[in-house]
Design a binder for this molecule. Structure first.
Ligand code: CO
Length: 136
């Protein structure tokens, strides 16, 4: 039974979003496809398309936010890997039944019109996992 279908994106925490976008464009030739400010989560994110996947560069809007605290603790770098799933609610029920610790027990609204949920890093060797259901 296949649960995840693709790597949707890889999330990378940065301090200076504009500088990082310029750097990725100059060096790797990847262009911004989407920019979004999530006020509630205190983060601004830019998605750079890489084939069917993307790089999500994320910078905190304020220091006292999840990504702000992440940067203080661990510095810039890899933050999470996001897998695409067909049915997010069914995937969460499956993981829960497998005893996997979840951050989100219910799907919530993500960027780009997606529904998302996070899985606790303790369940995957310290790697924070985001599950993404793309509409349609
Ligand atoms: Co993400």
């Amino acid at each position: 039974m296949r649960i995840v279908s693709d790597i949707d994106h890889v999330g990378i925490a940065v301090r200076d979003l504009d500088a990082a976008v310029l750097h990725y464009g100059r060096t790797l030739g990847v262009e911004p496809a989407h920019r979004e400010t999530l006020e509630v989560q205190g983060v601004e994110a830019v998605f750079l398309e890489v084939g069917r996947s993307a790089i999500e560069l994320m910078a905190p809007l304020r220091r006292d936010s999840p990504v702000g605290r992440f940067l203080d603790r661990r510095g810039e770098g890899f933050h999470h890997v996001a897998y695409r799933v067909d049915d997010l609610a069914a995937t969460l029920a499956h993981l829960d039944a497998e005893g996997v610790r979840l951050v989100d027990r219910e799907p919530r609204e993500g960027s780009r019109g997606t529904r998302i949920a996070f899985v606790h890093p303790s369940a995957f060797g310290g790697v924070l996992i985001e599950l993404v259901e793309v509409p349609g």
